[in-house]
Design a protein around this ligand. Structure first.
Ligand SMILES: [Zn+2]
Length: 679
């Protein structure tokens, strides 16, 4: 049976693959390139993440699917009420982070997994942006990166509770005292001992006025306390740990001897994303006969709600994970992970992400029938944002030592990306599988930031008013009291967009925008024309360069696939090394330093994002880097060792898959099949 694996890497770069394949650190990519087709693809503008994972899965251009960058403004809604997909491009947050909208609720185009299901195919989606909330019925959707690392599936790392300090910060101290104040105490041949632990692992408990209370000043978010009794059942020393919630000897949760663990225990945990039911097990690692040494291990606290469809898959993946021993103690006691840690750990290593994707894919692909398997890893994008400038001697802050470190980090991470491919090939593919590898865009270095509001205010199209707090330069300190400014829409003829407004300028049009002051017709046309002239007239006083590569009225956006009501009245693109002031999003206020500047700022080390993609034309190149995404295909009927010189477009990937599988296209698909990639 023909099957398709669609492996997505956010921000993976064509140039880096070539370099690291050559260096021998990407053996799996090397193998696949020999067996298949390698091409660039031009992302659908704006060249960013939500837009392009949508184009890559619907075959539609931006104008048609309507996901116009990280935030969609729809005419008639206040500019502040942008529909944002920031963190929510990771669908794990969809139902829980109410401030953000689910990406797939805003796509007006059918996804390939929906059309494939209509054609009788089964799909498995693992961490694909737009997959959650689930929009298929027969397949499987895993919102996050599986139980090992999804923020909502893992409410807390494992914890070790120990009467002895194991190593600084690596365990939570247990105090052992003679038992007191119990009703119906169980029998013991010698004086029962007791202890207690805070099940969330948020700190240790100490006795105060005969009560177990959290130590220290920071109150834990979750104060669920388990009472522990140590019992000498045979007269040969302490041999049993009995676990209770409270001090009634008749209401025990579990009895453990050394090496035994409880069944799943359930509690409700409060997290920054709401209250979740979590399950965990406790394991008795050590109980010395003299009752002095006690060590208890608590597994990860798993939440099974809101990240897997069908829901039972969540339990299966968690069980599979524990069988594989991935819930090892070392995971929760890495030196760089502070303890006690709040529930809902946000950060995790790239390696963890890749591993969890691989084991989740392996389990599901081997257990269930499927025809299409989608896997997406977000990691490469973060690397570009953090480190890309470091590689460029042309950058003012360039430092050869930092460059060396950055190259090492790229090598390290591309090695991980290669291993993920190797795992997926080994565990999920056979000789009848079509493997597709794509990235949604790449990135290019940026050296100068521009605040466009300045030039629109000077020209009289925008009026700013004093505000509180607001967007800043990355190197500025947040100060809610500091003077700041925001656009006064009652008096402005345009709304100047930067990210997440998709480099769009919206005319404050009467009858369309709720604050509209510009008359339709002649005045509208005049404001559009003037906005384009302003953009082209901006000059960097330091270099004499124009930072804008292209500015055009929406009517000409057809050229770039930008039409429809989610696209603004003027579309513009930056020319590298220029980008906009990120952190000073136009719908928030901006700091006085930005407001009173000449509109230009250097990108500095430690000053926020370096490699950038979203404000550039899809074919933009700079200093050996490009914005274009990658496309690799290998499998039956696919040409071998073939490098396509002309780029594809991101909507072309879906038709390639449908053509190869012989299934109908998704309803709004606009891409084309490049016949030259087939044998
Ligand atoms: Zn991306």
């Amino acid at each position: 049976m023909r099957k398709v694996i669609f492996l997505g890497y956010d921000g993976l770069m064509y140039e880096m693959i070539d370099k690291f394949v050559e260096e021998g650190i990407m053996p799996n990519f090397a193998k696949i390139l020999k067996r298949g087709v390698f091409s660039r693809h031009l992302p659908s503008p704006p060249t960013d993440t939500p837009t392009n994972w949508t184009s890559l899965a619907t075959g539609a251009y931006t104008g048609t699917h309507g996901v116009n960058t990280f935030g969609v403004h729809l005419p008639g809604e206040p500019f502040e009420n942008l529909h944002r997909f920031g963190a929510n491009i990771f669908p794990r947050y969809a139902d829980h982070w109410k401030k953000e909208d689910a990406l797939n609720r805003f796509s007006r185009a059918e996804y390939i997994w929906q059309s494939a299901e209509r054609a009788g195919k089964k799909c498995i989606l693992i961490n694909y942006p737009g997959g959650w909330p689930p929009n298929i019925k027969k397949g499987i959707t895993i919102d996050g990166t599986g139980p090992y690392s999804s923020i909502l599936s893992r409410l807390s790392y494992p914890n070790l509770f120990s009467s002895e300090e194991v190593a600084t910060g690596q365990s939570i101290k247990l105090q052992i005292v003679p038992a007191f104040g119990w009703t119906n105490p169980p029998k013991s041949k010698s004086q029962p001992l007791e202890s207690a632990l805070l099940i969330s692992g948020e700190g240790e408990l100490v006795l105060q006025n005969e009560e177990w209370v959290p130590k220290g000043e920071n109150a834990p978010r979750n104060s669920i306390i388990y009472n522990l009794l140590l019992i000498n059942s045979k007269g040969e020393g302490y041999d049993k740990l009995i676990i209770f919630k409270g001090k009634n000897g008749k209401e025990k949760l579990a009895t453990l001897e050394v090496g035994e663990e409880t069944k799943w225990l359930w509690e409700e945990f409060s997290t920054p994303f709401g209250v979740f039911k979590g399950k965990f097990k406790l394991r008795l690692l050590e109980l010395s006969p003299d009752g002095k040494n006690l060590r208890i291990y608590r597994t990860t606290i798993f939440n099974t709600d809101g990240w897997a469809y069908p829901k039972r898959i969540a339990n299966e993946l968690i069980d599979d994970l524990l069988r594989r021993g991935k819930d090892l103690l070392s995971d929760g006691t890495k030196e760089d992970i502070p303890k006690p840690m709040p529930l809902c750990q946000v950060y995790e290593s790239i390696e963890d992400q890749a591993t969890s994707l691989a084991i989740t894919a392996k389990y599901l692909a081997n257990k269930y029938d499927w025809d299409l398997l989608f896997i997406q890893l977000h990691a490469p994008d973060g690397l570009n944002h953090q480190k890309l400038n470091e590689l460029c001697p042309e950058w003012k802050d360039y430092d050869p030592e930092e460059a060396k470190k950055a190259w090492e980090e790229f090598r390290h991470q591309y090695g991980i990306f290669d291993r993920l491919l190797g795992d997926v090939l080994n565990d999920c593919a056979d000789e009848e599988t079509l493997l597709i590898i794509v990235s949604d865009h790449a990135a290019i270095p940026t050296f100068r930031r521009v605040w466009l509001g300045k030039f629109f205010e000077e020209a009289g199209l925008v009026v700013y008013k004093p505000a509180e707090g607001g967007g800043m330069l990355p190197e500025e300190k947040w100060d809610p009291q500091a003077p700041s400014y925001k656009i006064d829409m009652e008096r402005s003829k345009v709304f100047v967009g930067g990210n997440p407004f998709a480099q769009n300028i919206w005319v404050n049009l009467k009858g369309r925008e709720i604050t509209g002051i510009v008359e339709p017709g002649k005045e509208y046309e005049e404001v559009v024309k003037q906005s384009i002239e302003i953009l082209y007239s901006i000059v960097d006083p330091e270099t004499g360069e124009h930072p804008i590569a292209l500015a055009l009225p929406k009517a000409s956006g057809d050229l770039l696939g930008q039409w429809g009501d989610s696209v603004g009245d003027v579309i513009f693109y930056f020319k590298p090394p220029y980008t906009e002031v990120i952190g000073a999003h136009s719908f928030t206020a901006i700091s006085e330093r930005i407001y009173k500047s000449n509109g230009f700022f250097d990108v500095k080390r430690g000053g926020g994002m370096q490699g950038i993609h979203h404000p550039f034309l899809p074919n933009e190149r700079f200093l050996g880097f490009s914005v274009s995404g990658i496309f690799i295909a290998s499998g039956p009927d696919i040409k071998k060792n073939y490098r396509r010189t002309a780029p594809l477009h991101s909507p072309d990937i879906v038709p390639i898959i449908c053509h190869w599988l012989g299934i109908p296209l998704p309803a709004q698909c606009e891409g084309r099949v490049p016949l030259d990639i087939f044998e």
